[in-house]
Design a protein around this ligand. Structure first.
Ligand code: NAD
Length: 369
């Protein structure tokens, strides 16, 4: 049947696509549970006015691969709620609680925070369903953005990646596009390993200093509501110029598709660590590979957050989450980069091969796949 509902189907999933609609409350949402062979599927709940079933499926599939690559006992899923995330808080709570009630029986899906939702939203969902990750500390959560779970994982990926390219973390010059939760923590954890932050940007511009920016001072500056571009210690640049700032390690930690065919040649680095999700086009990744620049793909490098969420779900501690991120990121980055090197594959191709093999193996262990 080539009906639209089945157009996403392939050898992995999706196992369920659920449309949610409540005319009285104006709730419209979609859940895609992609694959549950490894266990109940973890994936974020995104609230935005312009979401779609395509976007939801692509993100659910990305979670299947991210969770498999990280070796978690969880499949992949995603949900989207149509709406402006800046709606009045009472309306938002009502909408998200209605969403939660609608998915109460969809026990194969465990929601987490994503664009437009946060730990408070996860608390509302948990209150209604008993399932959600990324919860507030008060109800047993491990605040993954506060502890910098994803930024820590990026730094661990860098430790491994330096053995696969001409970079040594001690003294390595780092540039970060997107000095937010992931970017700030990646900068701090890399600095602990001897690296030097020479450039950073946010949505309003960039700042650079060839001898290194004071990371704590830059974080304080940003936390006071000012753009990185006005940081007194640095030289101001346009945000788009951050792509061409010479460095050893370049880290996208902001938006999708920021590196593409028209600017990929500006990148002047030896290693890219993809902190953001899908920060470069497939074409740009191919160009980097041809230029000999190592690029650690998003679903390997930024898995720290979901590993932390899984530890929380299983009742683990913050220390346990940090240990799990370190162990899994080391193992998976090494395995993916070794496979890429041995077979002259792009790192993304190698990582996908590993992740897909794990999903298929898990399916072989289930009665119905
Ligand atoms: P955030 O909102 O805390 O920070 C994003 C930063 O990027 C902000 O400083 C913002 O000003 C900046 N920014 C926005 N547009 C920009 C642009 N065009 N150029 C430069 N900077 C820009 O978000 P975050 O949680 O740090 O997430 C960043 C990325 O990492 C997203 O792609 C997200 O999906 C991905 N990610 C986050 C986590 C996590 O644990 N938070 C986990 C996995 C992946």
């Amino acid at each position: 049947m080539t009906d639209t509902m089945f157009r996403f189907c392939d050898d992995l999933g999706p196992t369920k696509i659920v449309h949610l609609y409540n005319p009285r409350l104006g709730l419209k949402g979609i859940v895609v549970v992609d694959n549950v062979a490894a266990g109940p599927a973890i994936g974020g709940t995104r609230m935005a006015p312009d979401v779609s079933v395509e976007e939801c499926f692509r993100l659910a599939r990305a979670m299947t691969f991210k969770n498999a690559a990280a070796g978690l006992a969880h499949g992949g899923a995603k949900s989207v709620i149509f709406g402006d995330p800046k709606m009045p808080v009472q309306k938002k709570e009502q909408t998200i609680r209605a969403f939660a009630c609608a998915i109460r029986d969809l026990t194969s899906y465990i929601p987490g925070p994503d664009m437009g939702t946060n730990e408070t939203a996860m608390a509302w969902i948990h209150d209604e369903t008993g399932r959600a990750v990324g919860l507030p500390r008060e109800i047993g959560g491990i605040p993954l953005d506060e502890i910098g779970a994803t930024g820590f994982g990026v730094a661990i990926a860098a430790e491994v990646a330096q053995n696969f390219c001409d970079v040594t973390l001690e003294g390595a010059r780092v540039v970060i596009q997107g000095f937010g939760s992931v970017g700030k923590h990646a900068a701090q954890f890399l600095a602990e390993r001897g690296a030097v932050l020479v450039g950073a940007s946010d949505s309003r511009g960039a700042t650079v200093h060839p001898d290194g920016l004071d990371i704590s001072a830059l974080i304080a500056h940003k936390d006071s509501g000012k753009p990185v571009a006005s940081f007194p210690q640095g030289t101001e640049l346009a945000g788009s110029d951050i792509v061409g700032v010479g460095c050893d390690i370049w880290i996208p930690a902001a938006r999708p598709d920021v590196v593409h065919k028209d600017n990929v040649d500006q990148l002047d680095c030896k290693l890219v660590l993809q902190g953001a999700n899908i920060p470069m086009t497939a074409e740009a990744e191919t160009t980097l590979h041809e230029r000999g620049i190592l690029s650690v793909p998003d679903f390997i490098a930024n898995a720290g957050g979901v590993i932390c969420a899984a530890v929380e779900y299983h009742g683990g501690t913050q220390a346990g989450a940090v240990a799990a991120i370190e162990e899994k990121l080391k193992l998976n980055t090494r395995e993916a980069l070794q496979l890429a090197r041995d077979n002259n594959l792009k790192p993304r191709e190698a990582a996908l091969r590993l992740a897909k093999a794990r999903v298929l193996q898990a399916m072989d262990l289930r009665r119905w796949g």
